[in-house]
Design a protein around this ligand. Structure first.
Ligand SMILES: *[C@@H]1O[C@H](CO)[C@@H](O)[C@H](O)[C@H]1NC(C)=O
Ligand SMILES: *[C@@H]1O[C@H](CO)[C@@H](O)[C@H](O)[C@H]1NC(C)=O
Ligand SMILES: *[C@@H]1O[C@H](CO)[C@@H](O)[C@H](O)[C@H]1NC(C)=O
Ligand SMILES: *[C@@H]1O[C@H](CO)[C@@H](O)[C@H](O)[C@H]1NC(C)=O
Length: 265
């Protein structure tokens, strides 16, 4: 038999353990709990998110409006998708509103497909999706996402007959090491070939940044101009950002950016 004080401290341990589990557990959850769902075209479906602070919904990073209620100390956000079409396909994520709880980065997500014969490939969210910039030897994604995850999808290079071997994820697209070429995806729907948008891949040269800064004059009299020059070589992509005294005070300077041709890279 355990002595009473040991028993009490064991109970305390178990209790604190339980408390850890409940407070450490997110408190944020969505219903249904599936990782992905396939909805019938024109059906209506509700996603419900529960949490202990104000909640917001996004689809593929775009904010959505949903009804937020506060019931018995729990925040409930009910996102009803009415008469769904292929355009409703995407990742639905619920998280704490950044205005109300900026430090809480928790997030729960669910991927929804709505197979739609009139919309085989999802349109680009932003036009930048058609242009894929890659720096160095890195993997890239050609984001031709389908509304029906059952479809067989192939990747082609423009004007080349045979498909390119690459891994396809219907939630993301084709993943691989692509060249500076033009690509499109193709799905077969009822024996018909359906092509996606065209994607342009650009590989950008980026090396270790070689920055040099020089000044035309380092001692000036009041009222004179100061000219500073910052040069970066060996890179095709660079963002200049100047820091100087009185920047905080709102004294703005306007830098002039020039591309100097003839550098070795
Ligand atoms: C969410 O809203 C839909 C449509 O208004 C309703 O049918 C459903 O019961 C709601 N779900 C919850 C959990 O409130
Ligand atoms: C659903 O939307 C389609 C067009 O997308 C429309 O023709 C149809 O009437 C709508 N159905 C309902 C029940 O609202
Ligand atoms: C860095 O740039 C300077 C001036 O443009 C050049 O003289 C130097 O050789 C470069 N260094 C490297 C490592 O590329
Ligand atoms: C300083 O630069 C401005 C703008 O380039 C020019 O208008 C002005 O004459 C220059 N002042 C002096 C003292 O060089």
């Amino acid at each position: 038999m355990l002595c009473p004080s040991l028993k009490a401290s064991l109970q305390l341990l178990i209790l604190t353990g339980l408390l850890d589990v409940t407070s450490g557990g997110s408190g944020l959850h969505i219903e249904p709990e599936d990782a992905e769902l396939v909805l019938r075209l024109h059906s209506t479906f509700s996603l419900v998110c529960y949490g202990d602070s104000a909640l917001v919904w996004e689809r593929d990073g775009q904010p959505l409006t949903a009804l937020l209620e506060h019931r018995d100390g729990v925040f409930v956000s009910n996102l009803t998708l009415k008469n769904v079409t292929g355009r409703h396909t995407g990742e639905y994520a619920c998280f704490y509103s950044s205005d109300q709880a900026p430090e809480r980065a928790e997030r729960k997500a669910l991927y929804i497909y709505v197979p739609d014969p009139s919309l085989v490939f999802l349109p680009a969210i932003t036009s930048e999706e058609f242009f894929i910039f890659i720096t160095g030897y890195t993997e890239a994604i050609i984001p031709c996402r389908v509304t029906n995850p059952e479809l067989q999808v192939a990747l082609y290079e423009k004007k080349v007959e045979n498909p390119i071997p690459a891994a396809y994820d219907p939630q993301q697209g084709f993943k691989g090491f692509f060249e500076d070429k033009t690509y499109y995806c193709q799905a077969i729907v009822d024996d018909q070939e359906v092509d996606s948008d065209t994607f342009y891949v650009y590989r950008i040269q980026v090396s270790s940044v070689n920055v040099s800064i020089s000044a035309v004059q380092t001692v000036v009299r009041q009222g004179e101009n100061v000219t500073l020059m910052c040069t970066v070589s060996g890179n095709e992509l660079v963002n200049f950002n100047w820091d100087y005294p009185r920047k905080q005070a709102g004294k703005a300077v306007e830098p002039v950016t020039d591309f100097l041709p003839g550098s070795p890279h």
